[in-house]
Write a protein that binds this ligand. Structure first.
Ligand code: HEC
Ligand code: HEC
Length: 214
């Protein structure tokens, strides 16, 4: 009898652990972009950065094969218009071209793909803006404000709480800049922050300085 009971408890514990695993999988954030198919097209890096914000790459993998550039570009535009994905026209064109070549019927040397891929992306424009780094534009282009606000928690901690935590710490700015570029999990909770590796070091330093002033 005693033995039975212990068995029950063990099964219970195992079940609880499995449930935790399954639940862990479900809240696994939008960050699973590693499975996007690689490509030399510039839209690949952009898609890695922008398309993992809200959901995994499965959504892309499950689209019907053979979609053309127009169809893929329309799909990307829908993410912007219906769901608020932070994309400008150049981003949409580049990502549409990448997806159409990598998952659909387009070819990398199609004139329309070459043209779409050549248009400057938001990040590049922000970088070209020279010494004056446009922090609000970077926050917008990288969906920071979808997850962060100044004084309340959304998905990520309030910028004000981050500033408090690092106040008076040596290297606060470079530590926070590194957290922004590398992403991370566990410092504030279980939800991961996606890496913002498209930001240059200088851009991340400027954004970090801004966060630490909040
Ligand atoms: C701001 C959040 C957000 C971002 C960023 C985003 N999506 Fe979506 N996406 C959604 C939502 C919401 C759905 C609908 C989910 C559902 O119906 O279950 C969706 C669905 C999809 C689907 C399934 C087909 C469909 O139309 O419903 C595809 C394909 C897709 N997204 C591709 C992309 C690509 C490519 C990117 C990057 C350019 C992207 N998504 C970025 C929110 C987003
Ligand atoms: C998908 C949601 C999401 C997006 C988008 C996002 N973050 Fe975060 N961020 C988080 C979460 C969640 C954490 C907490 C991670 C942890 O617990 O370690 C976090 C943590 C941080 C931290 C604290 C790091 C530390 O070392 O304590 C900073 C700073 C930060 N984010 C800035 C940004 C900036 C700037 C952007 C845009 C370039 C951004 N975040 C985009 C969710 C997000």
């Amino acid at each position: 009898m005693k033995h039975k009971l212990r068995e029950c408890v063990l099964v219970g514990v195992a079940l609880a652990a499995m449930t935790a695993l399954v639940v862990g999988e479900e809240i696994h954030l939008p960050q699973d972009v590693s499975r996007l198919r690689a490509s030399p097209l510039p839209g690949y890096a952009l898609a890695q950065q922008k398309c993992g914000i809200c959901h995994s790459a499965d959504y892309i993998n499950y689209q019907p094969p053979g979609m053309n550039q127009q169809q893929w570009t329309a799909e990307v535009r829908k993410m912007q218009q219906s769901y608020g994905a932070p994309l400008d026209d150049a981003d949409i064109a580049r990502i549409g071209a990448y997806l159409a070549v990598t998952y659909g019927s387009a070819r990398a040397d199609d004139a329309a793909v070459v043209a779409a891929s050549a248009s400057p992306a938001a990040g590049a424009r922000a970088a070209q803006a020279g010494s004056a780094i446009d922090v609000p534009a970077l926050l917008g282009a990288n969906a920071c404000l979808t997850c962060h606000a100044t004084d309340r928690k959304i998905v990520g901690p309030a910028f004000h709480a981050i500033a408090e935590k690092y106040r008076g710490k040596a290297d606060a700015q470079s530590t926070v800049a590194a957290s922004i570029r590398n992403g991370g999990v566990g410092k504030w909770g279980e939800v991961p922050m996606p890496p913002m590796s498209n930001l240059s070091e200088a851009q991340a330093m400027a954004v970090a300085a801004f966060v630490l002033r909040q």
